[in-house]
Design a protein around this ligand. Sequence first.
Ligand code: ATP
Ligand code: MG
Length: 301
Amino acid sequence: MPKRVRHDSKEGSSGESEKRTSCGERIDVATLLEQRNELLKMFEGMERNQHTLEKMVAALKHELEVKNNELRRKNRMVILGEMAACLAHEIRNQLGGLELSAKLLKRDVEGDTRKEKPLEVILTAVAELNTLVGDMLTYTGNLVPRKEPVSIETVLARALSISRRELERANVCVVKNVPPGAPQIEIDPEMIGRVFVNIIINAAHAMPEGGTLVIEARLGDSALTVAFSDTGCGLPPEAETKLFTPFFTTKAQGTGLGLAIAYRMVREAHGGSIEGTSKADGGAVFTVRLPLTPQSGAATV
Ligand SMILES: Nc1ncnc2c1ncn2[C@@H]1O[C@H](COP(=O)(O)OP(=O)(O)OP(=O)(O)O)[C@@H](O)[C@H]1O
Ligand SMILES: [Mg+2]
């Protein structure tokens, strides 16, 4: 028995809006239109879903690519780390022998400045090479932060005290602006202190004729940001792509590992970010962003 589709409109009662199928079944046109609109709506919804799904797939693909790159980089770092450890062992052994011999010789020629001078040059070179080997090991090594709640003011004060000689030598005036009562944050004070020291000493090197270094800490909802703004020469043009890559340096005595190490310490060990830019009015600004943890938000200085 064909099922009659009910229609309440006037036309319906006069039969104008009703049609029959080839089998004689009665069809209500308004109901058909309604069903068609519903189908259209369904298609639109499906289209929107497809769009959303496509976006999700693209985002997941991107995330996968980032993760794969990160994994490749980590694998490279492991190989580099092993190589660096072997090299460091050999180099340090040789440096140890060289240092001992130079020190013994220096003792023998004590008071003879003409003979003492070249030995001092050797000892300085040995010390610099030891620092380079140490930096290489830090850069390629596994960075495991030892986090503890600390006040950023304390970490900054210590970094400034370590850098004091360089700042004084360059006649740099430091202006520090840390909000009073800033909460303690969960960081490795040694690592972040080292990052700050490198940024401060870099700023001093960029202002050999003197200048001002403004250090400003800002507390946001999810992170603490520390900005170091100097009035120096500004970043070199290659900095845009090379600033945080190992061995990029424009200094005769630089190893170019300072910012590469800082990058790993801030990003990998603390999940933060670090960036450096030249300022329009001259000088450079380095910004370190450290995420706040739930514990760090609770305790105050
Ligand atoms: N505040 C700054 N102003 C101008 N240039 C800077 C500044 N900070 C860093 N740079 C540039 O970035 C380069 C890399 O800095 P990085 O700290 O990595 O190495 P470095 O200071 O040269 O050597 P080191 O390994 O001893 O730190 C510097 O050589 C310098 O050219
Ligand atoms: Mg440096």
